[in-house]
Design a protein around this ligand. Structure first.
Ligand code: 2U9
Length: 342
């Protein structure tokens, strides 16, 4: 009995270490241990030589041994089947799974283009918070409380603190830059802005602006005109013409709106330009001295120009998008229209 138990212990080690890499080796394992003339059967046959009082313990040991051999046999078979399946599944000639490539949103396209044009002129990009305080959005911009121009920029106020609001223009970012930085300042501020408007094809409660600011010594209206002329030629092509019309903004004096010659009819007159040959594109002007002084900038020494434009408006002119709601509906049919646009 002692001898058989020692033999079983040695066999157990042998079985644990056994490997098989193909079906023939697995079959050889089965025959050696589990076959009709195999080791398990032979050891079972020893039962008759075991003294009666030890038969029960021997039977138990043999059952455990048999289970160990069967487990090993099954696991060798499973590993081999896994290998076979893996190799069989692989069809190297199947086309790969397509991951559809998205397209940039038209507002992002326009934003990137505007940034790269102004970068050529030395304008850095500044960004700021969309939740603003009254001072940076209105008061510092020469729009004190009760100023009538605040009416046109009604916005959303934060319940817990009514002096916080969603910015109505990115001017507040220029204001924050002037707080931190001494002239010369040459920045553009792209970003989302908010207005309390009823949503329609022509108005939305949020849109995207790019505003620009250049403050230094001897900055003149001629610099403003040349900068904006360069911008529209880069954006719309070398043949585009510009004109300025006097206007009013509380934060600039003098102020002007800039039109470009109609891109649809080339200035001949059509529905888009309402038969005038011109379309409005942006507002601009010389920074109001009050605004400079609000940030401790000496308005006798420094002057500056500023401008602001809606990115949706540029998109409308460049890509003929005529409904503002399309930009935020996430309709893939709309977005796919821009797959080839740069
Ligand atoms: C500072 C001083 C002045 C930014 C300016 C405009 C004119 C303007 C509108 C165009 C279409 C807003 O998106 S829109 O509705 N903007 O007409 N914006 S001048 O003037 C500034 C900005 C910052 C410190």
């Amino acid at each position: 009995m002692e001898e058989i138990l020692e033999q079983i212990a040695t066999l157990k080690n042998e079985i644990s270490a056994a490997t098989a890499t193909n079906k023939d080796e697995i079959e050889a394992f089965r025959i050696k241990y589990l076959g009709t003339k195999g080791i398990v059967k032979a050891l079972m046959g020893e039962m008759k030589n075991v003294p009666n009082e030890q038969k029960r313990a021997f039977g138990q040991t043999m059952n455990e041994f048999k289970l160990l051999v069967e487990d090993k046999y099954n696991s060798l078979k499973e590993s081999e089947e896994d290998l076979e399946n893996a190799a069989g599944d692989e069809d190297l000639f199947l086309p790969g799974q397509q991951i559809p490539v998205g397209t940039r949103h038209p507002i992002s396209l326009v934003r990137n283009r505007i940034i790269s044009i102004f970068r050529k002129l030395g304008f850095a990009v500044a960004e700021g918070p969309e939740i603003e305080d009254d001072w940076h959005n209105f008061t510092a911009m020469n729009l004190p409380e009760d100023h009538p121009a605040r009416d046109m920029q009604d916005t959303f106020y934060i319940h817990q603190n009514p002096s916080w609001l969603l910015r109505t223009h990115t001017s507040s970012t220029q204001a924050r830059t002037m707080e931190k930085q001494k002239p010369p300042i040459r920045i553009i501020c792209p970003g989302r802005v908010y207005r309390n408007e009823t949503i329609s094809a022509r108005a939305h409660c949020f849109f995207h602006q790019v505003e620009g600011l250049y403050v230094a010594e001897n900055v003149s209206f001629a610099d403003l005109k040349q900068t904006l002329y360069f911008f529209v030629k880069e954006m719309f092509g070398p043949d585009v013409k510009i004109r300025f019309r006097p206007s009013y903004f509380p934060f600039t004096e003098p102020s002007a709106e800039m039109d470009i010659s109609c891109l649809i009819c080339g200035g001949e007159g059509c529905n888009v330009c309402k038969h005038t040959g011109w379309v409005e594109i942006l507002g601009s002007g010389m920074v109001h001295p009050n605004v400079l002084e609000n940030f401790g900038i000496d308005s006798k020494k420094y002057t500056g120009f500023a401008f602001g434009m809606g990115m949706e408006r540029i998109c409308q002119l460049k890509y003929r998008v005529n409904d503002l709601r399309l930009y935020s509906q996430n309709d893939l049919r709309f977005l796919k229209e821009f797959s080839g646009a740069l």
